[in-house]
Write a protein that binds this ligand. Sequence first.
Ligand code: PPS
Length: 369
Amino acid sequence: MKQLSKHQRYLLTGMISTSVFLWFYLSDNQAKLETILGPKCAARTHVVFVKTHKTASSTVTNIIQRFGLKHHLSFVLPKYPENYLWFDSNAFIDRLLPHPNGTDKKFDLLCNHAIYNRFAITKLMHNNTAYITILRHPVNQFLSAFYFYRTVYKIPYLVRIPGPNPVEEYLKDPAKYEPVSNYASYTNNRMTIDLGIPRLVFDQPALLTGFINKIDEEFDFVMIMEYFAESLVLLKRLMCWRMEDIISMRMNIFDKDEVNMPLKAGMFNSIKKWAHADLELYEYFYRKFWRRINQMKQDFWREVEIFKEIQLKVENYCLNLNASQDLLLIDGSEWNDRFLVSNETCKLLNMKEVKFMNYLRTQQKIDVN
Ligand SMILES: Nc1ncnc2c1ncn2[C@@H]1O[C@H](COP(=O)(O)OS(=O)(=O)O)[C@@H](OP(=O)(O)O)[C@H]1O
């Protein structure tokens, strides 16, 4: 074979090393490809998450809190010691911590419990804010709320219910036990209440449907708790966030063995009947969720699978944490850059909503001059 000249050898070596470099870059992952060709999309940083009760909403709030902390974003936060945001009076601004950069500035994120009030919230937020919420099947949502607010929070109207099976007793005549105020109840179609739909329309089908349609117009995305992984991958795509942004640890799990209130025959249907506004809301957005998923290409399901694998690794790592443990390295894929999970990451993933909020409150106060 003919010997290559020095110049040809030099060119060939250059071509090979460039190819190896590009191969490493391109085969590594999508994020590296984006480094060369420019990003496909920029992460959206303006979100309102309407935190419905007992729907895995604290888990989603943790995701948003971590995202905001990482990107130094501003949060709409109630003044200490309040944990809820109240938009029911014109003086709602007085109950909020001021914006860290001046009172005329718009906030980036809102993710506390609040009764949705579009008029008030738009005054605080940027025009390009994504409005998001989450719903759960009303029977499980009702039971979760009933058990939690009776046995953990010990809310008087629920504690007062007598008998060996208080759920059964309550379902015989819910109105007998329910508090008068809309907002004091956690068991009367609370997801619908959280979304700002008044109790007055619960028994007026046309008006209720009208309100649900309005929510549909105003919200960018409604997640479904029973499809949490799918919901988070859709959220990631909508917001152009990274895989490490949507990992989470389950918050507020309630051990059903702690309560001895078996669900007897007929109770499932009684709850559906009582929670009929929540049921209509849930079924509407459940159908919409699946229409959205059915429009996705096959790669959506591959991304969900990858996400579930990563989520499991993170859960195992954070649950079996010990101080000397190495970092967890998550490999890159078509949908994510490589990333590391550390003890510090786990601390944030496990941080309860109120503790996280208190931390954010001190951060934002420090920023106020
Ligand atoms: N990731 C994930 N997947 C599935 N389910 C989850 C998840 N995270 C939280 N949960 C369940 O959600 C219930 C708590 O909901 P919230 O966090 O919204 O409660 S709260 O209103 O903020 O008190 C509570 O339900 P119950 O255990 O039935 O009470 C949690 O177990």
